[in-house]
Design a protein around this ligand. Structure first.
Ligand code: UTP
Length: 293
């Protein structure tokens, strides 16, 4: 692909959306700061990037979202007070979030779509391949999903999108890929369709929100016309990329939660709470109580 640096060192996290599905909660707080148990959604996402070997995180943000930047900074007053009260563990939790990454934030001044949000990251990414992680898709896996995609990118020297199989009736909720299967988990993508009707869908492989892309995507996005709702769609930019260079789709290992949707959020909350040793038995009791069994 002719990049000077093929190592994936940076990730873009688009978090400038309005979060309308979560109103009124998102009126004054960013959707990404809503916690799954006690960890804000966006921290789960940043941790996936960090565990995948990425330190530089480009956050695409918007007005009224500065709580996200504060979360990844130190909070001297809080940490000093906790230290003095001998709550070293809590102080360390707070400090370690401040240390975990370099956050580079860029404003998307108008919410003109996911493709436009990614294009806003160009000055911070330059001519390097990079990962994209959507702020409200949680993927629970042993090897972080982004790391799985980076491994494919480095081996195959091609852009790659993470995909998962969905039931036919759900294809209309996602970007769907079509193409040739190279092995049971890897597809050479020939076309992408945003939210197709089941009868027109090229496959049942959906893109939930993980990508590792060549920086050429910026050029393709500049040539992408606004689509549905006047927004620049990332899927349309990827469609142009797939015509000119190799694009792969990899069926990643892991369970995905759409935490930007109310039921998906509740699903993620229950799953993540049951994994916490100090909460699991209490949560099981509560579920039994509510289900009356
Ligand atoms: P969504 O459409 O799921 O998120 O976009 P949203 O707009 O925040 O939420 P709803 O649909 O109104 O409830 C997917 C991701 O793309 C980002 C969002 O922040 C989200 O992480 N996004 C979307 C942007 O950064 N900018 C945009 O213009 C649109």
């Amino acid at each position: 692909m002719g990049h000077t640096n093929l190592h994936v060192r940076k990730a873009v996290i688009p978090a400038a959306g309005l979060g309308t599905r979560f109103l009124p909660a998102t009126k004054a707080i960013p959707k990404e700061m809503i916690p799954i148990v006690d960890v804000p959604m966006i921290q789960h996402i940043v941790e996936e990037a960090v565990r995948s070997g990425i330190r530089d995180i480009v956050l695409i943000t918007a007005r009224n979202k500065s709580a996200i930047e504060d979360h990844f900074d130190f909070n001297y007053e809080l940490e000093d007070t906790l230290d003095r009260k001998n709550k070293k563990d809590l102080a360390e939790i707070s400090k370690s979030i401040g240390r975990c990454c370099n956050l580079i934030s860029i404003r998307q001044k108008n919410p003109l779509g996911l493709g436009h949000a990614v294009l806003c990251a160009e000055p911070a990414i330059g001519n390097e391949p990079f990962a994209i992680l959507l702020g409200d898709d949680l993927i629970d896996s042993k090897i972080p999903c982004t790391k799985q995609l980076i491994d494919i990118f480095e081996k195959e020297q091609a852009s790659v999108v993470g995909v998962m199989e969905v039931p036919a009736k759900e294809v209309s909720k996602y970007g769907i890929v079509g193409g040739k299967m190279l092995n049971p988990k890897l597809m050479h993508v020939e076309n992408l369709v945003e939210k197709p009707a089941p009868e027109n869908s090229p496959s049942r492989l959906a893109i939930p929100g993980r990508y590792v892309l060549s920086p050429h995507i910026f050029e393709y996005l500049k040539h992408t016309h606004p689509g549905k709702g006047g927004e620049i769609q990332l899927t349309d930019g990827l469609q142009l990329l797939a015509k000119k260079e190799k694009l792969l789709a990899y069926q990643f290992d892991g369970i995905r939660y759409d935490a930007g949707d109310r039921l998906g959020f509740i699903d993620a909350t229950i799953a993540y709470a049951l994994r916490r040793p100090e909460l699991a038995s209490g949560v099981k009791e509560l579920l039994k109580k509510h289900l009356g069994s």
